[in-house]
Design a binder for this molecule. Sequence first.
Ligand SMILES: [Zn+2]
Length: 259
Amino acid sequence: MSLDIIQRICTKSGCYATNVRQKALPPAQQSSDYRTFYGQERPLLILHSLGCARDSADVQAEQWDNPNGQAIAHACVDARDGKTRQTLPWDFRGWHAGQAGNNVAIGVEMAESLSIRYIGRTDRFEILDRNKARANCETAYNGAVELFAYLCQMFGVDPLAKREINGKLFPEVLGHCEWNRIRGVSGHTDPEHYWTQLGMPYTMDTFRQAVKAKLEQEQADGPIYRIQVGAFRNRAYAEAYLARVQEHFPDAYIKSSDE
Ligand SMILES: [Zn+2]
């Protein structure tokens, strides 16, 4: 597995601080949005593309790591090296897809090429260097496939499965564009607007197929090695121990045997 996840948790972001506050409360006292996200069986996985000419996930993380920021995803895939910068622990509720989306989904952004220039505040762009832009796009796409295969394994998501939410059927791995399209909400055409305008042979369907193929390949490659640091009957002891582990490894999380 050539997956690389670089920890760049945005502990200065308002979103991170809000999650820390919410997680310290008993579930009954958490705000319903956060309780919904923490309490779900497994998250949807939403793929985004930044919608601005920024190829560096480090620069994006810098933008997000801000107490006054209004948006932050769980990770950004770099368009130069294809590696993931993880910006929130996976079990924190992010701010990337509106209230309803944030309640049910982990969000991942792909950085875009510097060789494009957006036209005003639209989703249209000019292409300054077509070969370079397409190479950056391919790098981010392949990095996102690796990351989503990893997330599917971690959370037990089948990339080709669908789930009903409020009477509508959503792919468990989906693009921000699909999240809005299925709900009948306009705006947010990412990531397909980026692929289409660059003439790439990518759609959310090819993405899901690629994630599925990657998962099957990894299963054929052999076992995954997980790290465990404790086991408790009492949830409160587990929470207290987790808080200590998270001082060093912020994306550590609890997995219950009845989940
Ligand atoms: Zn988006």
